[in-house]
Design a binder for this molecule. Sequence first.
Ligand SMILES: [Cu+2]
Length: 118
Amino acid sequence: MKKLISFSLGASLALGMSLTAFAADGNTNGPTGSTSAASSEVRADTALSDGVVRKVDRPSGMITIEHGALENVGMPPMTMAYKAKDETVLQQAKEGEKVKFRLENLNGTYTIMTLKKR
Ligand SMILES: [Cu+2]
């Protein structure tokens, strides 16, 4: 009798575990779904926007870009001077050139993180 009880306990434990495993597996699709949603957000976070370089001011490290709406920094279409992240970005900017660029708000300073000719 004792054996029977321990067997049924074991069986229900095993059943419980497999149910748990099933539930966990079922949940995997949820997080997996939101993970891919999150990674598309990440992609959006590094997305490049179209713009046209209007002016490059080497001494101040500023690049004036005419651009459309920049969703990640909540900026409507405008022409505005932004800080180049570094010398590389500054060198890639040439007046009059159509570019793809990435603007980010770094501690309150709108900064061009990447810029390339398109
Ligand atoms: Cu602006």
